[in-house]
Design a protein around this ligand. Sequence first.
Ligand code: AMP
Ligand code: MG
Length: 406
Amino acid sequence: MISVDEALRIVMQAAAPLPSETVPLEAALGRVLAEDVAADVDSPFADKALVDGYAVIAADLQQRLAGDQPALLRILEEVVAGAVPTLPIEPGAATRIMTGAPMPAGANAVAMIEQTESLEIDGQPHVRISPPAVASGRNFLPQGVSFRRGEVVLAAGARLRSMEIGLLAEVGRGKASVIKTPRVAILSTGNELVDVSERPGPGRLRNSNGPMLAAQVLEAGGDPIPLGIARDDADELRRLVERGLRSDVLVLSGGVSAGILDLVPATLASLGVQQLFHKIRLKPGKPLWFGTLGQKLVFGLPGNPVSSLVCFHLFVKPALARLAGRDDAIPQTLTAQLSEAFFYRGDRPTYCPADVTRYEQPPRVRLTAWKGSADLRSLAAANCLACFSEGDRHYSSGDPIDVVEF
Ligand code: AMP
Ligand code: MG
């Protein structure tokens, strides 16, 4: 049996980014850019006032500020944001300017409105500007300091967060070319399963894996396609697996162990899916099956809900990220201190549901009262998996232990 690390390596090697598609900006959040994007404008589009005040020639203003006395300048015009100045600044003159408006030609500083007072002399608008002088370059942003037209502002591979969406909007991209979202078919198998809406009869239980795995696909940035429940019947299973193989990824749950009705591996083989591994050294999750059909990935997750969830988190989630062009979902381990002593007995590395408090330094991890692979409830109280290596060992309170966060 292969290790968790080896299994992840095989999965990631099989997972390649999907082709691109063009989507409207509103649908691009969280996606990965598939092209370099160049600006079609300068930012700022011109030298742009950062304050309300008067655009001046800094040296001219300084010369006119004699000692503590204010300087008196003619007002040429008023420019608001959205307007364009029409007159160049000349010595002895200033233009009233509002935040965001373009600077007039010749101006190289803005005196803030707070140090000015406007007045009329012979019916002509004037402004009195009090000391101190304003240095050249103050209170405006030079044209193109952020980026120049033609410059690549976002490179292919960028994950589109809200700021990248804003930047795309700034350079006029109402649409973006992004890596496709992986389509993930989800098929639960088992004669014992009934739909969530039903009350299970004797020997039956609800298909909790279906909705759970669909939620995990959504969390991982994929597009879930629920295919419902397949009975443990070769024909029915084959029909539904065929349908699932139309998606980029098929995730099955159940039917991969050694029972007489565990038909999944044989069904997949008969449809040409190539097995890359079956069974790994992991608890919960030993029966995990993985294979490919061309570029398509097929995961046969164990039926027990905790095993399904753990295997999805450790293997399917990173694969979906890679398909979507990202490499940010490889499970990261964090070292935490065990909050209580614990005797571990196990023939395989075990990932136990646990709760880690990150606000403590070092972080502390407490195991939830876990009743085994079927116990989803204990996962509802968990925010991580605590990883114990194989072999019997007594752990003391405070011992360091690796945890994988959800
Ligand atoms: P299997 O891996 O098919 O042997 O399934 C192991 C056990 O997991 C079954 O006996 C069920 O109790 C449980 N199980 C299988 N599939 C599901 C499912 N879709 N939802 C909830 N529990 C399941
Ligand atoms: Mg089964």
